[in-house]
Write a protein that binds this ligand. Sequence first.
Ligand code: HEC
Ligand code: HEC
Length: 321
Amino acid sequence: VAAASKKTTPETFRSLYKRPTSIPYPKDNEYSKHKEHLGKVLFFDPRLSASNWISCATCHNPGLSWGDGLPRGIGHGMGVLGRRTQTLLNLAWGDLYFWDGRAESLEIQALGPIESPGEMALPHDKLIKKLTEISEYQELFKKAFPGSKEITLENIGKSIATFERTIVSGIAPFDEWVSGKTNAISESAKRGFVLFNEKAKCATCHSGWRFTDDAFHDIGIADDDEGRGKLIPDIPVLRHAFKTPTLRNVNSRSPYMHGGSLSTLVEVVELYNRGGDVKRDSLAEQLVPLGLSAQEKADLVSFLNSLTSVDKPITIPVLPK
Ligand code: HEC
Ligand code: HEC
């Protein structure tokens, strides 16, 4: 059998990582330029918070790969949240949202943080009243939702979700290599890519061009957060399980993991190499000591570094009066 097996090369896995050519939008919230624009304005507007001081972009800062660079988010009244702020890259292709998957769509998710006491702390009735009193918002809503006379929660959610779907990671050296440019990534990154798919088992969860299976796993991080298990207590493997994060542009988003417990990609690779830190029943079966050499660990990190794109600057919109 061994003699008949094909030799693995980096090219063996390349076809599994091709990027899509267009962004998917749901039937009940199709794309329009006006919706995207309104969503972007709302995203950057701190008046969506009780303090008039916190916008979505305060925590999801485009300059920090749509995160905040902190171990845990900081919200209303400078209170520290329970988990790390997630990136908003490539969510158009997502399935369930939040670390524990508690939101089923971007439209629903967008309304959560506005009202949440720890985040923006603005009750929804006050939000509608506030936006309605800003006359230029009325114009923007009319353009984005022709025929709808009032500003509604549903349309706030739809426009923010439309803007979020346009947030896509750019072409990284890895993509150039996937499309045939042989020297776009280093030999070390190519070896790392093979390890990622084989010996280190990373691709069993970080699969496809976004590097996520959109599923929930316990990778053995030592803390008390039960993750998805808190929502669905009767499925034992979901205890301490969190959504597999995308690895696109990952070196721009330290610290890592749901609680920001690891500072560098080297530390992340070490965690996997020792098979996680807590051996509990829910631990994913892939989390076993990997026996990676120093060179192999360095190759994995080189590969992860090849996933970062150089993106065009984001323009911040002028806010309505
Ligand atoms: C105070 C900081 C803060 C603010 C403000 C904030 N977020 Fe978040 N965001 C977070 C944190 C923290 C998480 C992860 C929470 C969790 O999983 O429990 C998150 C998660 C998300 C996710 C899920 C991403 C995924 O991969 O599942 C989306 C989408 C999102 N936020 C969009 C928004 C939008 C839209 C706004 C504005 C209406 C907003 N956020 C305001 C901190 C913030
Ligand atoms: C069993 C599924 C699984 C396997 C196998 C796996 N991961 Fe993960 N990975 C996850 C999950 C789930 C998280 C988030 C865990 C958390 O925060 O509690 C994660 C987090 C990460 C992060 C941090 C990203 C961030 O934004 O916080 C990196 C980097 C990473 N993994 C790389 C790898 C590498 C490299 C390998 C192979 C050595 C690997 N993963 C193997 C599921 C997996």
